[in-house]
Write a protein that binds this ligand. Structure first.
Ligand SMILES: [Zn+2]
Length: 392
């Protein structure tokens, strides 16, 4: 909300009675790189902002009413200094605004407020009628709404708040086959805790990117790379072509040695880089195989900022589940992820995921090599679609 107004050139102060809430809000905004822009969004306690003014104030009352504190107990005429202070902090916060005040409060706390308290006054001013001065908006009514679902009776203010909330994500850059790599390497170099990389083919760019992934791993960053497995046609061609075989054979062991975890997935095609569960690059460019300059092809990668978006994407790609390969109990090797279609079920597009053992062994009957094929930990988009024999 604060950023929404800031982006329209208004000065914004986020005010709260509590030091801890001010600190955590400040840290979050710093994490979003939101404090260095102009005009700045400022965060502080009501104490700190005495004498200051902002176009817009977001007054965050924090309390839910279950453990009454300054906000819930605050009343001007109280004999108790603590309670008077609560009312004063509310007044200081609310009167810092020139144009608009957003009060973030628990409606449960407001509706149960004792007569004479600050929150009881808020309740009176929010009650529909000729005296109404405060417009109530339920956060739950706004969060996660699609544009099509926005109620028609929304007032312009409600609509504006909804727009401010919508998605908590913004794209901030679009890259092509030339500009992507410097940005991607910079993101990897600045990673603090996680790098998730979906790069089906690891070929022409591997030797350039690998030192950056390895350096991140050396700093303690958890680096997970998803690539195709051996049955991939392109990989097979390279392994069998005398001109590329030597290089192709080195690649996987070196990748495995350099990062925290390499997960091999059959039939993957997505190209994604997620750094610190917050910065996401998504598009057509393969981070480990696109040649310098992108070759003849046109490519695009979009960078998104926002942890909710990043987390949704990681969940969508089953990042956590797939980053913990299961070992084949017979062959003692890491299994790989395979996508199976649930034939004859659902609408024909349904599928499920399984850990499959990639090892080949001589079949005792025929003497020919046969894939172990053991399946474990079936993970399904819809568990009901998994054939009974495949469930574990
Ligand atoms: Zn096996």
């Amino acid at each position: 909300m604060a950023e929404h107004h800031r982006d329209q050139g208004e000065s914004v102060g986020i005010v709260t009675p509590y030091r801890a809430q001010a600190d955590i809000t400040h840290d979050w905004l710093a994490d979003q790189d939101s404090l260095n822009r102009s005009p700045a969004v400022e965060v502080g306690t009501a104490h700190r902002f005495q004498g200051r003014e902002f176009d817009v104030v977001v007054l965050d009352l924090v309390e839910d009413g279950r453990r009454p504190g300054w906000t819930v107990k605050g009343r001007m005429d109280d004999v108790d200094a603590f309670n008077r202070d609560g009312a004063r902090l509310f007044n200081v916060g609310a009167t810092r605004a020139r144009r608009r005040v957003y009060i973030i409060a628990s409606w449960a706390a407001v509706s149960r407020a004792h007569h004479g308290t600050v929150l009881a006054h808020v309740r009176e001013l929010a009650t529909p009628g000729p005296e109404r001065r405060i417009l109530g908006v339920r956060a739950a009514q706004l969060l996660g709404l699609d544009e099509l679902d926005v109620p028609q009776e929304f007032t312009p203010v409600q609509h504006e708040i909804w727009q401010a909330f919508d998605g908590h994500v913004r794209w901030d850059a679009i890259y092509d086959e030339h500009s992507y790599f410097p940005a991607a390497l910079e993101a990897i170099d600045s990673a603090r805790h996680t790098v998730w990389l979906w790069a089906p083919w690891y070929y022409k760019r591997l030797w350039e990117v690998l030192p950056h992934l390895h350096a991140a791993r050396q700093r303690g960053v958890h680096v997970v790379v998803f690539v195709v497995e051996d049955s991939d046609k392109g990989l097979q061609q390279q392994l069998h072509d005398p001109r590329t075989a030597q290089d192709a054979e080195r690649r996987l062991p070196e990748l495995i040695a350099a990062v925290s975890r390499v997960v091999r997935i059959r039939t993957m095609h997505q190209k994604i880089l997620v750094v610190d569960d917050r910065t996401t690059f998504l598009g057509s460019l393969n981070t480990l195989s696109t040649p310098t300059g992108g070759g003849a092809r046109r490519e695009v990668m979009v960078r998104f900022r926002g942890s909710r978006f990043a987390r949704s994407l990681l969940e969508h790609e089953h990042a956590e589940q797939f980053s913990r390969p299961v070992r084949c109990p017979k062959c003692h090797v890491d299994m790989e992820v395979r996508k199976y279609s649930a034939k004859g079920k659902g609408n024909g597009k349904s599928h499920y995921w399984a850990w499959a053992c990639p090892e080949w062994k001589p079949d005792p009957k025929s003497g020919k090599n046969k894939q172990c094929g053991a399946l474990r930990e079936v993970y399904a988009e819809d568990a009901a679609l998994v054939p009974r024999g495949r469930r574990v």
